[in-house]
Design a protein around this ligand. Structure first.
Ligand code: ZN
Length: 164
């Protein structure tokens, strides 16, 4: 068994003064944020939101993949979302390494051939962001009334810059 004692102890403290009960699951600020799983990013705080306000969808690179699109459709039609932010970031590992470099690292770390594994690498972060935003806007189940923006989050300054 893995040891999760520290996390469970922290959870008991968290639950002791839990003030998020009785919530529904909709996005109260009408916002969905697609961003990277990078631990330097705190999506809600970045835009002044709090738990209950937004849907947060994370993956390596903050890319709009098929699963993300499915989640966005549900967010728009069932969970009150009418603004979607796509937010990759500076110094992202999947945007700053080539596929072969990442593959080599993964092969080394696992000690196995990982060529079958999908790596969401991009050699042009801005072009990928443009394409991802376009993909959301073009989705047949996401109406034009939903605003979609593409932003780069700077992990050194905390600032967002709108690109699309
Ligand atoms: Zn990243």
């Amino acid at each position: 068994m893995a040891n999760f004692d520290d996390l469970l102890a922290a959870n008991r403290d968290f639950a002791a003064d839990f003030d998020l009960s009785g919530f529904d699951g909709i996005a109260h600020a009408g916002v969905a944020i697609v961003t990277c799983m990078d631990s330097r990013i705190d999506p809600l705080r970045t835009v002044g939101l709090k738990p209950g306000d937004a849907k947060i969808l994370r993956n390596p690179g903050g890319r709009v993949d098929d699963l993300t699109l499915d989640a966005l459709v549900i967010s728009v039609h069932m969970l009150n979302v009418d603004r979607i932010m796509v937010v990759p970031h500076t110094r992202c590992a999947v945007a700053s390494n080539s596929e072969s470099a990442l593959r080599q690292r993964l092969d080394g770390a696992t000690g196995q051939d990982t060529s079958w594994l999908t790596l969401p690498v991009t050699d042009g972060q801005e072009a990928a962001l443009q394409a991802d935003v376009k993909r959301v806007r073009a989705h047949p189940l996401i109406p034009d009334t939903v605003q979609v923006g593409g932003f780069i989050y700077n992990v050194d300054t905390g600032l967002l810059t709108q690109e699309v």
